[in-house]
Design a protein around this ligand. Structure first.
Ligand code: PLP
Length: 340
């Protein structure tokens, strides 16, 4: 019944998140979560949290998380904006920086067109090359956004290509969504002092195994952070609760733990790519914690169903160009054995 809905709510096509099936026996390889637990130091902070403090509002700027991110990236705090998952930070960034004609790849994170439509921002889709790489010189608009590595392909652009996109769009903000940067591609944060139009969005959901806490941040020069603050303070001043701020800060500062988990995932990924290739899959080169694979004889939709019937959840996108592919999150070695 749409009679009570605004025109916007009635006509929008919302993003469809991967399933969160219940059950302890299932192998969940469909939403790029980390198979390992969060940092033990973060879990200590969480357990020691004194609940009576919750009568107060949290710090509106992310507090200790903002300081931790500034320290880890070697920048001052006015370069950091903290939010409730990168979905929120990206949504705020669309409102802060784009008026229309924003460019992003035709195959990328499928939330980008949803925000554009929700906020009435026109967009142009830049078709990926036949090998699913981003055509660097075609990435031009009144604003640009892409994921590096891209999702769901897993393919990363190098730093010089990203600089080219920044230079080709010097009058507009270029958002680099680094959700999966810790699994090989690395961050382009060292470019921030040079590029006033660069905004990086980084999440703690994947590399820090904190998808359930909903924490992310953006990194950019202070005038961009100011723009995000203006939108945040016109919508929800306190996007991150105290527990999230303090737990995430401890996880972020535990750099050796995060690096060791990412190394393990990268080793499992490379092994999985070989094993999938051995049984006839075409697998794109991945710099992420997932692989994108197709098989010449088996339909991806049927494989997804077959795997789900056997308790293994992977992601299939019913979309042109990628209909034959499955996106498979890298789990533990034992989970990948079962998948193969
Ligand atoms: C490319 C990309 N960006 C952003 C997100 C959102 O992450 P979160 O809201 O958990 O920070 C995802 C989640 O899968 C993603 O794949």
């Amino acid at each position: 019944m749409t009679q009570y809905l605004s025109r916007r709510a009635a006509t929008i096509t919302p993003y469809v998140a991967g399933e969160q099936p219940a059950g302890s026996d299932i192998i969940k390889l469909n939403t790029n979560e980390n198979p390992y637990p969060p940092s033990p130091k973060a879990l200590c902070v969480l357990q020691a949290f004194a609940g009576e403090r919750l009568r107060l509002y949290p710090r509106p700027d992310g507090g200790s998380l903002r300081s931790a991110a500034a320290k880890v990236y070697g920048l001052s705090e006015d370069h950091i904006f903290c939010g409730n998952g990168s979905d929120e930070v990206l949504g705020l960034a669309f409102q802060a920086f784009f008026d229309g004609d924003v460019a992003f790849p035709d195959i990328t994170y499928s939330f980008y067109p949803v925000w554009a439509e929700l906020y009435g921002i026109s967009y142009k889709l830049v078709p990926l090359n036949a090998d699913f790489t981003i055509p660097v010189d075609d990435m031009r608009g009144n604003g640009v956004v892409f994921a590096n590595p891209n999702a769901p392909t897993g393919i990363a652009l190098g730093r010089s290509d990203i600089e080219r996109i920044l230079q080709n769009n010097s009058d507009h903000v270029v958002i680099v969504d680094e959700a999966y940067a810790s699994f090989g591609a690395g961050t382009v944060a060292p470019l921030i002092p040079q590029y006033p139009n660069l905004l990086i969005v980084s999440t703690m959901s994947k590399s820090h195994a904190l998808a359930g806490l909903r924490v992310a941040f953006a990194i950019g020069q202070p005038h961009l952070i100011e723009g995000l603050m203006r939108i945040k303070d016109s919508f929800n001043s306190y996007p991150l609760d105290m527990v999230a701020q303090e737990t995430a800060a401890a996880a972020l500062l535990d750099e050796p733990y995060c690096a060791a988990m990412s190394e393990k995932i990268i080793a499992t990924r490379e092994n999985t790519i070989k094993r999938l290739a051995d049984i006839g899959f075409r697998v794109l080169p991945s710099s992420a914690n997932f692989v994108f694979a197709s098989h010449p004889q088996a339909s991806a939709a049927a494989l997804k169903e077959y795997l789900a019937d056997n308790g293994i959840y992977v992601r299939h996108f019913n979309k042109p160009r990628i209909y034959d592919y499955l996106r498979i999150t890298i789990g533990t070695d034992a989970q990948m054995d079962k998948l193969i």
